[in-house]
Design a protein around this ligand. Structure first.
Ligand code: SR1
Ligand code: MG
Length: 423
């Protein structure tokens, strides 16, 4: 109650006076607040984001609002998500140095984080819609996911520290609740806030909602999401949570962070590459997006390959936690036993990530929170055709996750569905 009472949302006008005394900010951008220029640039679903420029530089101020920005104050949402975002950013920087923006200041009561202004970075989703082939993302994101997910788990951390973090992030209930509803449940029935491209997709949507195998598997995945507290997840690792240049990749916005299954972050990320793949036809104008489609499939394959390689390296060199202890394997001359366990683990991650990828695709087309990849396709029939292809692909991943053995198979499936969807 105290927190809500003292909280006040920033405005472009009030920001300089209210934040002018924050030393860490003044130090970076200059003390003369009369010369600060402030822009509100938030285009996400939840928060305010300001860019503040002074005589010496610029910074970003991100402030949570006590409700879901996308919907309005009829959907309250706790300010404490800013606390979880701050703590996740600190841990991600320690586990994968250089992968997130530098944090200058955190104010829990005002739910605001002052951080590095990334320039000339742009949001990865926008770059992919524009047809830009970013050379570094597969390597950088494969490393980011492997490092943060391995080093936040019981494979690596001291058990006391991990359990303390598990308890800390367990309080991020409302944000987990959004994912539990919006990703795993709402797409599969006529939830009030759902929308889809209608009437073009009505038939397919009805088919998916009547698909028993799909629904049972989606609920198995929801069960995993809720019950498998394996590692500290980013929790919302889509291409709108990544900023890029040709040389650099930074991950932002981990306010959905909590302890969940490793496969969730990886699956959500790959799903966003595959959705971009299916949306490219909608952005083809004069120029063909053939090369862009190839690039996206290569990116998905390379991200998974880099993840596996780095995760395996960490398994062999940093397995210091209480799980699969070396005393049972390497210390007894049984390095092969540790390799067997690693293979088993990667196999489980692989299977589950396919399912998570499939439901992520579905919820972006059937649920409340759509993505710009499809939404910016103006020709509605063309958009529906791209979305229909993605929906079929997502269904195949969810229902057949046990029977798909390699990322090349998934990419071949995507290419086949895309080909069959062309007029
Ligand atoms: C009501 S919030 C909708 C979506 O926006 C966030 O970025 C998450 O992806 C969430 O599911
Ligand atoms: Mg976000």
């Amino acid at each position: 109650m105290m927190e809500a009472a003292s909280f006040e949302a920033l405005t472009v006008e009030s920001l300089p006076l209210r934040l002018g005394s924050i030393e860490a900010l003044a130090l970076r951008i200059g003390r003369d607040i009369s010369s600060w220029r402030v822009r509100e640039v938030g285009d996400g679903n939840l928060n305010l984001v300001f860019i503040v420029e002074g005589s010496n530089g610029a910074a970003v101020v991100k402030q949570a609002l006590p409700y879901v920005r996308l919907v309005g104050d009829s959907w309250p949402l706790p300010l404490k998500r800013s606390f979880f975002e701050y703590h996740a950013l600190i841990r991600q920087e320690a586990r994968a140095p250089g992968s997130v923006p530098e944090i200058f200041h955190f104010d829990e009561g005002q739910a605001l984080i002052v951080m590095e202004y990334l320039t000339p970075h742009i949001i990865l989703r926008k770059a992919l819609i524009a047809g830009r082939e970013l050379p570094r993302i597969a390597e950088d994101l494969g490393l980011f996911t492997a490092r943060t997910l391995f080093r936040g788990s019981d494979f690596h951390m001291a058990t006391r520290e991990r359990k303390a973090d598990l308890a800390l992030f367990a309080d991020n209930v409302e944000l987990c609740g959004i994912t539990e509803d919006l990703v795993f449940t709402d797409p599969y029935f006529e939830a009030p806030l759902n929308r889809h491209t209608s009437p073009q997709l009505d038939g397919l949507v009805a088919e998916l909602r009547a698909d028993r195998d799909l629904k049972v598997e989606a609920q198995r995945l929801k069960h995993l999401f809720a019950a498998k507290a394996e590692t500290l997840l980013h929790g919302d690792l889509h291409t709108g949570s990544i900023m890029v240049t040709d040389e650099e990749t930074r991950v932002i916005d981990p306010e959905f962070a909590f302890y969940g299954p490793i496969a969730f972050d990886v699956g959500m990320l790959l799903a966003n590459f595959w959705m971009s793949f299916f949306s490219q036809r909608g952005h083809e104008q004069e120029e063909s997006r053939h090369s862009m489609r190839d690039y996206l499939l290569r990116t998905a394959a390379e991200t998974w390959s880099v993840f596996r390689t780095e995760f395996s390296r960490l398994w062999r060199t940093e397995r210091t936690g209480m799980l699969y202890h070396r005393s049972l394997f390497e210390d007894r001359g049984d390095a092969l036993g540790a390799e067997q366990a690693l293979d088993q683990l990667l196999h489980d991650i692989w299977r589950d990530l396919l399912g998570f990828a499939g439901v992520e695709v579905h919820r972006r087309i059937l649920g409340l929170a759509h993505n710009a990849d499809f939404e910016t396709i103006e020709d509605v029939d063309l958009r529906a055709s791209c979305e229909a292809a993605a929906l079929k692909f997502g269904r195949h991943l969810v229902v057949n996750s046990r029977r798909i053995h390699s990322i090349d198979e998934v990419n071949a499936l995507a290419a086949l569905i895309e080909k069959e969807s062309r007029p």
